[in-house]
Design a protein around this ligand. Structure first.
Ligand SMILES: Cc1ncc(COP(=O)(O)O)c(C=O)c1O
Length: 451
């Protein structure tokens, strides 16, 4: 275990005045963290403030979600004003006006034909919602045998049972094997450093990996497959941009066999890849797309699924007095979240955010690839305002080198994160070239310090 030397007095709290015993932290090494906290107490713009008063550049936009920076005044104002007007109302059998406005705004920027929007509160819920929609869609059309979902190795679709099963993260799945729904299979992941290490943007190798879908169709028969669920760019595993042509090929095979294509746009949506939905960047329109995070700059938990009208309309059967889709959440379409989303969309438009991200992409690409040749670096990947540097693992301790490097950066005022030994960056969209340069220089120094 990495033992950072931090001043500690027996029985004294690590953070003065804060008892850290009670909060069980998600996806975190609780015991290590509570000895060596990366603890924030405030944030503004591109910077967070630690409990001991240091400024840390938010090099991952929170968890890839606050691309517009913290406390954007227009979003803050919209949420405050909504709080003063309508704080909450039931989302089943009743609704609030902002939900309809937000849905209309999202439909307007979604790929053509995707114009019906269902709201939930997290990316995990969005994934499970999309899976239910896909199975329900086929059932409503008289193809009830289509129940299988095809995910992809190294995919992440949150932690609901559907998303965990369709996802391809071993640690997330293995402990819960008995709970995984049957009827899930996986495409191979698309990352092969032998053929694509240090690709700038989308790798040119790998389109053929989409043909594995044909193999799964042959194995299971199309009549049992409801949908393919993939992230256009696998984010959480460590930024794996899709090979050129890969998503188009998946689309073609889905069309050929009547299979729905679901894009999980939880990270890639709302600006991260320079478009509202990355489907536009890749020139591939899915049938359903999940979104979350950037939709309202993470101000209030919010997510959703936008679908083609044909998917929605398949559910609109039966007597009009009866609900059509037996699914939803107490906090679906929460008025504060909706207000934040409308304001976020205004900011994206008024402040030319998509154009800014396209400029930022060039700056980030040039800067991050300069780290080739630094100690232990084995791959560098980038797309949009996102990048990853992968380092070789310390023998027997996967993830430890990644953590040490991130800790070193944190001590030097740069907040980035690691998954395994991939170190990930997703800078806020208004970052300056100087801020990007400082992030990369700090990372370079941390790589050398952990050689
Ligand atoms: C692609 C993708 N899908 C789903 C999720 C889950 O989102 P949440 O943590 O809001 O449940 C994430 C979270 O990082 C994600 O990256």
């Amino acid at each position: 275990m990495n033992d950072l030397v931090m001043p500690q007095v027996a029985n004294e709290p690590v953070v003065p005045g804060l008892n850290m015993d009670y909060f069980w932290m998600p996806f975190t090494h609780n015991r290590h963290f509570k000895k060596h906290p990366r603890l924030y107490v405030a944030a503004k713009g591109n910077y967070l403030t630690t409990y001991d008063g240091r400024q840390v550049y938010d090099g991952t936009s929170g968890l890839f979600c606050c691309g517009l920076g913290h406390q954007h005044p227009k979003i803050v104002e919209a949420v405050k004003s909504q709080l003063d007007t309508l704080d909450y109302c039931a989302p089943f059998q009743f609704a609030n006006d902002k939900a309809f406005q937000a849905a209309e705004r999202i439909a307007a920027i979604a790929p053509a034909g995707m114009n019906r929007v269902f709201f939930c509160c997290s990316g995990s819920e969005a994934a499970d919602t999309a899976i239910k929609m896909a199975i329900g869609y086929h059932r409503a059309r008289g193809e009830a045998s289509r129940i299988r979902i095809i995910g992809r190795e190294r995919g992440y679709h949150g932690v609901g049972l559907g998303g965990t099963a369709a996802g391809g993260m071993t640690n997330n799945r293995k402990a819960f094997a008995p709970l995984m729904p049957t009827g899930i299979d996986h495409l191979p992941h698309t990352h092969d450093p032998k053929h694509m290490a240090y690709s700038r943007g989308m790798p040119k190798w790998g389109v053929h990996l989409a043909d594995e879908l044909e193999r799964l169709v042959t194995l299971h028969d199309a009549s049992t497959i409801a949908a393919v669920l993939v992230e256009p760019m696998a984010g959480s595993f460590g930024m794996l941009p899709p090979p050129v042509g890969y998503l188009t090929r998946l689309r073609e095979i889905c069309d050929k066999h009547g299979i729905l294509l679901i894009f999980d746009e939880v990270i890639t949506g709302f600006g991260r890849l320079g478009h509202h939905f990355s489907a536009a960047r890749f020139g591939v329109t899915p049938d359903l797309a999940t979104f979350a995070k950037g939709v309202n700059n993470a101000t209030i938990p919010m997510a959703g699924v936008v679908v083609k009208q044909s998917v929605h309309d398949a559910f609109m059967t039966g007597p009009e007095y009866a609900a059509e889709f037996f699914h939803g959440y107490t906090y679906s379409a929460h008025p504060l979240a909706m207000a934040a989303a409308i304001a976020t969309l205004d900011v994206i438009k008024e402040e030319g955010v998509l154009e800014r991200v396209r400029e930022l992409e060039k700056v980030l690409e040039g800067a991050v690839h300069a780290l080739k040749g630094e100690p232990n670096v084995i791959d560098i990947r980038n797309l949009g305002a996102a990048a990853a540097v992968e380092v070789g693992s310390i023998s027997g301790s996967p993830g430890l080198r990644g953590m040490n490097i991130v800790d070193e950066c944190f001590r030097n005022g740069i907040g980035i994160r690691w998954n395994g030994d991939s170190i990930m960056m997703a800078p806020p969209f208004f970052s300056t070239p100087d801020e990007v340069a400082r992030m990369i220089e700090t990372l370079g120094a941390a790589l050398r310090a952990n050689a």
